[in-house]
Design a protein around this ligand. Structure first.
Ligand code: TYC
Length: 131
């Protein structure tokens, strides 16, 4: 016979499995009925989706259209057609989304765009906005 104390056994002295109990306060059937058992708790994966951030591009009157298209191809992996579509959207509406990334990636994209714009003496601006 299992010599461990009742609360450490899965079976009572009859060697039959004990009836499962429902989890909850006041339901600990220690009296006569043996140890609490059969309480199944579904493990919850402890993962969280990261916050996502839009990289926005702003229109200005001086940056050449072709430069903006180049930036969208180079840093945002856009095809020429998609880059042209986004550039024209920004040109007409004032602002547009280049892509959506985790914070560090979005920050890096902004830095890359602004650095290349500055090197080429264009006033192109882009910013981050939390989704
Ligand atoms: N408005 C600019 C022009 O007419 C083109 C442009 C488009 C500039 C998008 C910036 O984010 C921009 N040359």
């Amino acid at each position: 016979m299992d010599q461990r104390p009742a609360m450490h056994r899965r079976f009572d002295s009859t060697d039959r499995p004990m009836a499962p109990v429902t989890a909850g306060e006041g339901d600990k059937r220690e009296e006569g009925g043996g140890p609490v058992t059969g309480v199944v708790v579904k493990p919850r994966p402890k993962t969280k989706k990261p916050a996502m951030y839009k990289v926005l591009m702003l229109n200005d009157d001086y940056t050449p259209m072709e430069f903006v298209v180049h930036v969208l191809e180079r840093f945002f992996q856009k095809s020429r057609d998609e880059a042209t579509r986004i550039m024209l959207h920004v040109h007409r509406r004032g602002v547009g989304v280049c892509g959506v990334y985790t914070y560090e990636v979005a920050e890096t994209k902004v830095t890359q765009v602004m650095d290349l714009a500055r090197q080429n003496q264009h006033p192109l601006q882009c910013t981050i906005e939390k989704e």
